[in-house]
Design a protein around this ligand. Sequence first.
Ligand SMILES: CC(=O)SCCNC(=O)CCNC(=O)[C@H](O)C(C)(C)COP(=O)(O)OP(=O)(O)OC[C@H]1O[C@@H](n2cnc3c(N)ncnc32)[C@H](O)[C@@H]1OP(=O)(O)O
Ligand SMILES: O=C([O-])CC(=O)C(=O)O
Length: 440
Amino acid sequence: MSKLKEKLTQKIQEFRPRTTRLVKEFGKVLIDQVTIDQCIGGARDIRSLVTDISYLDPQEGIRFRGKTIPETFEALPKAAGSDYPTVEAFWSFLLTGDIPTQAEVDEVVAEFKERGKVPAYVFDAIRALPKDSHPMVMLSVGILALQKDSEFCKFYNSGKFNKMTCWEYMYEDASNLVARIAPIAAFIYRYKYKNDEQIAVDPSLDYGANFAHQIGQVKPYDDVARMYFILHSDHESGNVSAHTTHLVASALSDAYYAYSAGLNGLAGPLHGLANQEVLGWIMEFQKKLGEGVEPTKENVTKALWDTLNAGQVVPGYGHAVLRKTDPRYTSQREFCLKHLPNDPLFKLVSMIFEVAPGVLMEHGKAKNPWPNVDAQSGVIQWYYGVREWDFYTVLFGVGRALGCMANIVWDRGLGYAIERPKSVTTAMLEKWAEEGGRKF
Ligand SMILES: CC(=O)SCCNC(=O)CCNC(=O)[C@H](O)C(C)(C)COP(=O)(O)OP(=O)(O)OC[C@H]1O[C@@H](n2cnc3c(N)ncnc32)[C@H](O)[C@@H]1OP(=O)(O)O
Ligand SMILES: O=C([O-])CC(=O)C(=O)O
């Protein structure tokens, strides 16, 4: 057994009594109430999910295993010659909550090289799709195709299924999925945009560097990949992609079924696809502005109002939980200030950052007028030559796999139940509204 799995076994065993005690001794303690607008309005803010992988504070933003983004980057062992940690170090951290030693990281790096070998049938399945399919369709199909080799599914069908040990098989699938999703994404990139000229894995490289290599990028894109995958990994478990993955896995569907479904949610324009939408919005804006006309605060403001007046959302702004600028936006902005301060697209995105919050506040609808992660991520990709912006959500999907997979390993480890909230009818809501609330 690998050291990581050994450690995880110990962590899960130690953790279980906490969950058991909460349910047995404190199961009926009230922690929230549900109002009619929450019921109709997307269950916003209802505290009804549990995860210890990350927590999102509305003001402060995300903490991974208790650490802010800067603290996470600071604490983890870095890739050789890099300012950023390896994805493998981060995976170990997300799973266990412990900062791994360099030796522990090296073991995961070596393990991922084995796990990361993608079976040919995955590529066949992707190639069978029309080439103009969205790359998120390709990614979702590629992940789903892996299902036939699911260890968890085999264990379920073995007749020896056991709720206490099934997490171990989920862990195998989750690790394989994480190791394989980046090479699958790289394959899609080369297949769709680079004439299907594939680049073989370089066994000397870590996860992020190998992804950079396989899509045909050179340094410092290895750091871009590491940073990007880590930043996009997890955002507690109520967001659409994480929640979908958790929900599907709660039916004891394996990691491949669950994450393929999660990716389909990530592909929505109000969620992960917003980073593609941001680039699309900017390109449309520049086209309308015309050749040689400089973006100014005035013409950016006008374009934002045009979008709002047309009944559309400003992509990359607003959030269901956050009420301040997303620290993932800030982290990427800091990267841009260091590596591409004079890039015209970065300057334009910065100008949008200056005016959009004011416009959204004046518009008066969005509860959060500040930028989210998606407002900034495309600029970096564009700068390094990854200009096919319909691919950006695939990059998000590779990163999000880390959080979603860590979550479902723990879901099974702690024996979480099949998810099944209760529905009510509109007539019931009307009755309870008149009565001043549901009588218990
Ligand atoms: C990785 C991520 O998923 S981050 C989010 C990525 N998505 C985007 O950037 C898309 C643009 N943003 C949005 O659509 C929203 O802010 C969401 C989906 C992120 C959050 O949705 P909600 O929690 O419902 O936001 P909120 O409570 O502020 O919505 C209230 C109203 O403001 C509107 N609003 C919210 N954000 C925006 C925005 N960026 N532009 C215009 N209107 C907005 C909503 O559409 C809603 O309008 P309605 O009452 O007519 O339906
Ligand atoms: O938290 C959310 O609802 C959306 C988001 O930013 C993410 O999933 O990364």
